[in-house]
Ligand binder design. Structure first.
Ligand code: 7B0
Ligand code: CA
Ligand code: ZN
Length: 451
């Protein structure tokens, strides 16, 4: 059990009695809200039997539901009643699945925290405290930047990790030498209910901190790379998802939508590349995949996109490779999501082959399934398409544990699996770092592309 930490976001800006009163009001509001607040359509999880091609799954997603898992001949979706009815009208059979698990252990839930049986997950305050402790412990190895704020005003941070060693590629910023230290970005928690991804960020920081200087592979990588970890892109959604002590299956951020009672933009449909182009997102505010009013209309996306653009030094993007962590399905995905085609404007055969070669190699180590993102269903405005299409960063999406909605707990695996399922990606992450200086080496074309 961790020591108690502050559990009320934003109350730190207030003081004394005002804080206590405001906190009480906030908690009352949070606790009173049912599975989805009164003004929002409640969503449920369904198994949809029938769709077996990517095009059929894209049609299911076009109803406004989110497609959460894909099997041969069926999918699992999150949908409100109207969206489920639209799926039925496509001719598929739709069966209600059980809601999120009850992990209360019969105990009273602490507001803004995980239920007692999942106490080893970190809420926002706990994750920030853990990261601050890591930085305090390894100050020469890691540092933190507040890169902006969420809609509700929580800090969005980036942690920089890079070694102090004098390898062939010394540290520094903006210098010719620094340009030789390729940068790699890890992003986490775009989707509120995908809490295991924050644990993945905490694992990476602990692993890098504790193994630098003793583990040769980690040491070599940190002395020749700059790692950026953005541990929580959607803190507002994450806190909302756990605010009542029972999970709400929330996906989007918590930004209000004009003229609608439905809140939230799907951050992973709000990036500025082929935004809304291709039927891979929704223009309806009530949709699980609502794309927002414009690219980067979600403050959280703007903050991280601005950060990525800030890594262009002397006209060159320093970040060479990236993983955006999600749950669930145990997949290694690569772009593009907006088209079913392997190659497209902005994706040559060599680009695709390098993506696939490194993707398959990472998947061989963690046991995930490697495939192009659109093999699942079309997505537009997703982060990996933007990172590649706009910034030429080799960007993957990892869908973490479990592989299906059944045994593993879907979006809510028990906290007992955190250690195993984060460490499971250690080798894949190191592989990406090792390939980051020249992704085309993986297809034997280093001489052509990397000299
Ligand atoms: C999503 O179930 C993203 C692929 C990006 N090209 C897959 C992701 O945003 O639909 N799946 S998930 O929502 N985590
Ligand atoms: Ca537990
Ligand atoms: Zn996700």
């Amino acid at each position: 059990m961790r020591p108690p930490t502050p559990r009320t976001p934003r109350s730190r800006r207030l003081h004394g009695k005002v804080a206590a009163a405001a906190t009480a009001v906030l908690l009352t509001l949070a606790m009173a809200a049912p599975a989805a607040s009164r003004t929002e359509e409640p969503t449920r999880s369904y198994e949809v039997t029938g769709p077996r091609t990517a095009a059929q799954r894209t049609a299911v997603a076009a109803t406004g539901a989110s497609v959460d898992a894909v099997r041969r001949g069926s999918v699992v979706i999150t949908a409100d009643a109207a969206q489920a009815e639209r799926v039925r009208r496509l001719g598929y059979s739709v069966r209600v699945l059980p809601g999120p698990p009850d992990r209360s252990d019969g105990r009273r839930a602490e507001p803004f925290d995980f239920p007692p049986a999942d106490a080893n997950y970190h809420n926002y305050a706990e994750a920030m405290a853990e990261i601050n402790a890591d930085i305090a412990r390894y100050p020469s190895l890691m540092s933190k930047q507040v890169i902006g704020k969420s809609y509700e005003g929580r800090d969005i941070i980036a942690v920089k990790v890079t070694g102090t060693g004098t390898g062939t590629q010394p540290a520094g910023d903006g210098t010719a030498a620094a340009a030789a230290r390729p940068e790699v970005l890890f992003t986490h928690h775009q989707h509120a209910r995908e809490h295991l991804t924050v644990e993945m960020a905490l694992y990476l920081l602990k692993e890098f901190g504790s193994k630098y200087g003793s583990d040769a592979r980690v040491t070599k990588m940190l002395d020749s790379r700059v790692v950026w970890i953005v541990p929580d892109l959607n803190p507002d959604g994450g806190e909302y998802d756990i605010a009542t002590g029972s999970y709400r299956s929330w996906r989007k951020n918590r930004q209000p939508n004009n003229g609608s009672s439905a809140r939230g933009t799907d951050l992973n449909r709000n990036w500025d590349y082929k935004w809304g182009c291709c039927g891979g997102s929704s223009g309806s505010t009530g949709s699980e995949t609502y794309r927002g009013t414009a690219p980067e209309s979600a403050p959280e996306v703007k903050v991280v996109a601005d950060f990525v653009r800030s890594r262009v030094v002397n006209g060159k993007q320093q970040i060479k490779a990236a993983i955006d962590f999600h749950t669930y399905s145990e997949l290694v995905l690569w772009p593009f999501g907006w088209t079913y085609d392997d190659t497209a404007p902005g994706m040559t055969k060599d680009d695709h082959d390098a993506f696939a070669a490194v993707g398959k190699s990472m998947a061989a180590s963690n046991g995930y399934t490697p495939e192009q993102s659109s093999d699942l269903y079309i997505t537009d405005g997703s982060i990996d398409d933007w990172l590649w299409g706009n910034q030429k960063i080799f960007a993957y999406t990892f869908e973490m544990y479990p592989d299906s909605s059944g045994a593993g707990g879907g979006f809510y695996p028990p906290d007992e699996v955190i250690d195993r399922e984060t460490a499971r990606n250690r080798d894949a992450v190191l592989q990406l770092l090792e390939n980051a200086d020249c992704m085309y080496r993986s297809i034997g074309k280093e001489a052509q592309y990397c000299r």
